[in-house]
Design a protein around this ligand. Structure first.
Ligand code: C2E
Ligand code: MG
Ligand code: MG
Length: 440
């Protein structure tokens, strides 16, 4: 037999492999993408429906507890239930481990949510797998299709809707451009951040003067991170720092901030300004083993004494590996670095912690200060926070002083320091140096 003929059946078999899901034997994502243009019709309104059976975390727990064969039986049982709810001629595709896609041709589009609700309701009870009732966490995502729709992008958008649907009852949601745009932006920010850290010119630090309220003198400033993205423009640290905190990127980002702040503080000192620069650190940074040694080493390498540096951390820090965090903060304090508890009062302030927090300064959150605009405005909480903090031995710094009135009230209360637009906004390093130079 010629070699060609021998290979022929194998070639046909090979063509099938990779086109069907091995668990459910349904056509897979590859086939969905291939057949998608042919599924589209200019005559009937069409909707892509994507059904996911469970969240990945839930599925992983099932894998750990009950094994792979059971998990596969679960997926098969889900596929069978779904197929039993659909009209006979519907093509069902198994597009990822836990997700199934189908295109609905329904003239009356008002019927779409009704059909989706029936499916969501059928999965609301437990499904039986090897005589064990298992709860699904079904999500049904819906995307109206146009004849120009793209298969890959449509699947992604329908999956976004299916994920969104998990937060609502019944578990069905149409694709929402706004929530998707927010996710895409977050993804873009994280994808572009390593480049911003590695290349000069996108990240910078702005400095906001910290003022002694009694004298008006400035002996310090807070370094605040700024990112000018080449296409997205300025991005607030309040947006990108929390995203970086969810990933390993927070380490190189904080490294960049520390190195830049120390270098620039050396330059301020050389220009004759004796300052303490406050650096914001994330909970994950402070909990990292060796953070204390590295910071002290870097101060030394930058030619700065520890008292020229302050570390700001938030209460959340203490929730992350608190024993090590507290030990490292204590060590930094012992070595002469100032430690400040940032945004006090904004989270779930744990007052029993407060007594044993290794900090020198307590920064009162802006939300207590900014409402102080005119005489008569309620300062009850502020008054008591200042007195409690001082009673515990902290120096107090108020954030968000926007008016002369707030400045006056805080000075009367004996609050030692403050920051706010009333005195100065955060400024780039050269402007801050100019600002310092013209102060009496
Ligand atoms: P934060 O550390 O509490 O910084 C104070 C924020 O309040 C800054 O916002 C500052 O510009 C703003 N601010 C100062 N005075 C006033 C005022 O009078 N009125 C009002 N409305 N706002 C005022 P920014 O620079 O947007 O930073 C926001 C947050 O982002 C910071 O809050 C901090 O949590 C975080 N962040 C900034 N830079 C860094 C950084 O280098 N590392 C880390 N981990 N977080 C940072
Ligand atoms: Mg801060
Ligand atoms: Mg703050």
């Amino acid at each position: 037999m010629p070699l060609e003929a021998l290979l022929q059946p194998n070639a046909a078999a090979m063509a099938l492999i990779g086109r069907y899901d091995h668990v459910t034997r349904l056509p897979n994502r590859l086939q969905f993408i291939e057949q998608f243009p042919a599924l589209l019709s200019p005559r009937t309104p069409q909707t892509l429906m994507l059904v996911t059976l469970a969240e990945a975390r839930h599925y992983n727990e099932m894998l750990r507890a009950l094994g792979m064969a059971f998990a596969e039986d679960f997926v098969r049982a889900g596929a069978d239930l779904l197929a039993s709810l659909l009209p006979y001629e519907t093509r069902l595709f198994h597009v990822s481990v836990l997700s199934f896609a189908l295109v609905l041709d329904v003239d009356d589009t008002a019927q779409i949510p009704v059909i989706a609700a029936v499916i969501a309701a059928a999965f609301a009870g437990a499904i039986e797998v090897e005589a064990i009732p298992v709860k699904t966490q079904v999500g049904v995502g819906l995307l109206p299709l146009s004849v120009h729709a793209d298969g890959t992008e449509s699947l992604r958008a329908a999956l976004v809707a299916a994920q969104d649907s998990r937060r609502i009852e019944p578990r069905l949601a149409f694709y929402n451009h706004q929530t998707d745009a927010a996710h895409l932006r977050a993804f873009r920010i994280l994808a572009d951040l390593p480049g911003a850290i590695a290349t000069a010119g996108q990240l910078s630090l702005h400095y906001q003067p910290r003022i002694q309220l009694a004298s008006g003198a400035c002996h310090g400033a807070e370094a605040l991170l700024r990112w000018h993205h080449p296409e997205l423009g300025p991005i607030s640290p309040a947006e990108f720092v929390p995203l970086a905190e969810q990933t390993a990127l927070i380490a190189p980002l904080t490294d960049w901030v520390i190195d830049t702040a120390l270098r620039q503080n050396r330059q301020f000192l050389d220009a004759g300004h004796d300052l303490r620069i406050s650096i914001n650190a994330s909970p994950v940074n402070v909990a990292e083993a060796g953070f204390d040694d590295q910071l002290l080493h870097r101060c030394d390498a930058a030619g700065l004494a520890p008292h020229h540096v302050e570390l700001e951390f938030t209460e959340g820090t203490l929730a992350t590996n608190s024993a090590r965090t507290i030990a490292q903060l204590s060590r930094l304090r012992g070595a002469g670095i100032n430690v400040a508890l940032d945004d006090f009062g904004s989270g779930y302030s744990n007052l029993s912690y407060l007594a044993r927090i290794p900090a020198d300064v307590l920064k009162i959150d802006q939300s207590f200060v900014r409402p102080l605009i005119a005489p008569g405005d309620n300062d009850f909480l502020l008054r008591h926070i200042v007195s409690m903090a001082q009673g515990l031995g902290f120096r107090v710094c108020a954030e968000g002083i926007e008016t002369a009135h707030a400045y006056g009230v805080l000075r009367e209360l004996g609050c030692e320091e403050g920051q706010g637009y009333h005195m100065a906004r955060p400024m780039p390093a050269p402007q801050f140096a100019d600002w310092l130079a013209v102060r009496p």
